[in-house]
Write a protein that binds this ligand. Sequence first.
Ligand code: HEC
Length: 127
Amino acid sequence: MKLKQCVFAVLACLTVSVLADDKPYTVVDGYKVDAKTMEGFRTWRAAACDRCHGANQEGLVGPSLINSLKTLSQDEFVKTVTEGRLPKGMPSFGESQQVKEHINDLYAYLKGRSDGAITRAKVEPAK
Ligand code: HEC
């Protein structure tokens, strides 16, 4: 391979690996997560989203968030949780200090669950 082609191939690889690494969470062994994702889980617990979306996020009276987050964008997620969809039974969490503060952490945790990377609902801090 000529040097120019070689350099180009290396750059292409680096670009791909950077693009692939855009996940908002990190997880080891399916349940040991980074500090922010851990805050997301604590927020999920504190806000008791499981009452309607199920302890494993697979849906109850509310839809499965495992499915929803495969297509819902982060912006749509933030809007839905902050404003709610009151006529449809999804409450607004705009008044919750914890949810407001950790909305992106909450998204990270649920996205990890939806991606199948976080393999159980109860996570623990990575050492
Ligand atoms: C009182 C029951 C209830 C609680 C508590 C609740 N939800 Fe919901 N949620 C719903 C219902 C019902 C819907 C479906 C609304 C609709 O049909 O558009 C929904 C929809 C959603 C959606 C949009 C799903 C989609 O596919 O468009 C997200 C995201 C969501 N909830 C996240 C949360 C989070 C995060 C919490 C906790 C902070 C929470 N919900 C707490 C009932 C609830």
